[in-house]
Design a protein around this ligand. Structure first.
Ligand SMILES: [Fe+2]
Ligand SMILES: [Fe+2]
Length: 146
């Protein structure tokens, strides 16, 4: 798949989360570049960056959704968990691929999964809580951090 450019449509207009989404897009595009050039050695770092994104971004986003009483929090959390499961599976398959053909196949599959997931999740799920972010302004100061 082609490199993905950040576009206005992806913007939540909430910098703490937009910045993390933008940083993760770099990882997604790096995976495409690595798959395109058969640079398999980069996939260790790419998978690690995906876990790092899951460890830092997901809890932060879930905390925001909870504070603004976003009604679809639970399905959204499940979607985050599914991403972690998918990455774990891809990483394991990658580590077991011994031939060039097998590595090339799993590298392509991993990169395409990341691109598809990024677009689907940002535009299909994260965008859904955007209208609720105005509620952050009305929270008591203690809860209205960042
Ligand atoms: Fe999300
Ligand atoms: Fe997100």
């Amino acid at each position: 798949m082609a490199q993905i450019a950040w576009r206005q449509q992806m913007e939540l207009s909430y910098p703490p989360l937009d910045d993390e989404h933008k940083a993760f897009l770099k990882v997604v595009n790096a995976a495409q570049a690595a798959a395109d050039s058969d640079d398999f050695s980069r996939f260790d770092d790419i998978f690690e960056s995906c876990y790092e994104y899951a460890r830092t971004h997901f809890p932060q986003e879930e905390d925001v959704m909870e504070r603004i009483s976003f009604p679809d929090l639970i399905p959204h959390m499940k979607s985050h968990q599914k991403f972690i499961d998918n990455i774990s599976e891809l990483r394991q398959t990658f580590s077991q691929a011994k031939t060039l053909t097998a590595r090339r196949h799993i590298a392509r599959q991993s990169a395409d999964f990341l691109s598809t997931w990024f677009l689907g999740h940002i535009l299909g799920r994260d965008k859904v809580y955007k209208p609720y972010l105005v509620r952050l302004r009305n929270l008591p100061p203690r809860m209205n951090y960042d």
